[in-house]
Design a protein around this ligand. Structure first.
Ligand code: BV8
Length: 231
């Protein structure tokens, strides 16, 4: 039975009240990306960066998964073939909706990392620059999040899944950030059927075999019901 590989972006969490990045009023219009989402920004002002992610961690904790997250968890449960979900999002709404297999290629708000020794641990609700690393004691605590200029997680695994998929779906992503924006090109080159679900056309819309346009809480459940009807 067919293998479905899904990539989600900020658009799937938009209706849960979590900000997107590039829509009007999005996060990158409120904060300077260079200051809060790059290693240099963190080195310059770790407190500003921790404040930025502490606020987003609190928002994510107070948010609830929406019908789109729930529909993808249902697809994973009821689809007779393999479903692999790759997300660019750092919130845990997919997991809280019941999704079991989630690859967080840009890291997670619930993760903490020591910039000194590389130790990973469960992030407390609030993190501060001078929190000592539980492993090496250094005050080099950072969110376990992939910033611009850093290599996303699980890239080899992700490539294996994309080229072996029968269907690749990109949901709620503007297709402006690489390497995630390149996945549809890898899928096309491997002869994988591709579909985009988005509120509006994205940078990459022309690269998909099919598109469903509308808010994720409408188009994702409809798309999942249609797929399951064909299972
Ligand atoms: C790397 C974690 C190399 C942080 C993120 C030129 C200059 C400098 C750099 C580059 C360059 N060209 C390419 C690069 C590399 C750079 C990049 O792509 N830059 C872009 C800006 C040009 N990429 C990187 O740096 C990556 N690393 O290249 O490393 C390397 C090589 C070898 C060895 C070492 C290193 C790392 C990228 C990861 C950065 N971290 N996130 C955080 O979250 O705070 S990326 C950031 O953008 C977000 O986190 C998000 O994950 C990602 C993509 O955004 P989207 O999810 O698509 O969200 P967006 O707001 O853009 O769009 C929302 C979409 O939803 C829209 O389409 C909208 O229509 C839709 N929508 C809205 N509402 C709804 C909806 N859809 C449905 N329903 C709705 N209701």
């Amino acid at each position: 039975m067919r293998k479905i590989v899904i990539l989600t972006g900020a658009g799937i969490s938009a209706e849960s009240g979590l900000g997107t990045f590039r829509d009007a009023g999005g996060l990158w219009s409120q904060y300077d990306l260079e200051e809060v989402a790059t290693p240099d920004g963190f080195a310059r002002n770790p407190t500003l960066v921790h404040d930025f992610y502490n606020a987003r961690r609190a928002n994510a904790l107070n948010a609830s998964p929406n019908a789109a997250h729930a529909a993808l968890a249902r697809l994973e449960r009821d689809w007779p073939g393999e479903v692999v979900l790759i997300t660019q999002n750092i919130d845990d709404l997919h997991e809280r909706a019941g999704q079991r297999r989630v690859i967080h290629m840009h890291g997670e708000l619930t993760g903490a990392l020591c910039a000194e020794c590389g130790a990973h641990w469960q992030a407390p609700p609030e993190m501060h620059a001078d929190d000592p690393c539980p492993e090496c004691g250094a005050a080099a605590t950072r969110p376990d999040i992939v910033w611009f200029g850093e290599m996303p997680y699980d890239m080899d695994l992700i490539e294996k899944h994309i080229v072996s998929a029968d269907l690749f779906a990109a949901i709620g992503t503007s297709g402006q950030v690489f390497p995630a924006a390149g996945f549809v090109m890898q899928a096309n080159a491997a002869g994988v059927e591709t579909v985009e679900l988005n509120l509006e056309p994205s940078e990459l819309s022309g690269m998909f075999d099919a598109r469903h346009e509308g808010p994720a809480t409408d188009v994702v459940p409809t798309w999942v019901s249609h797929l399951l009807g064909t299972a």
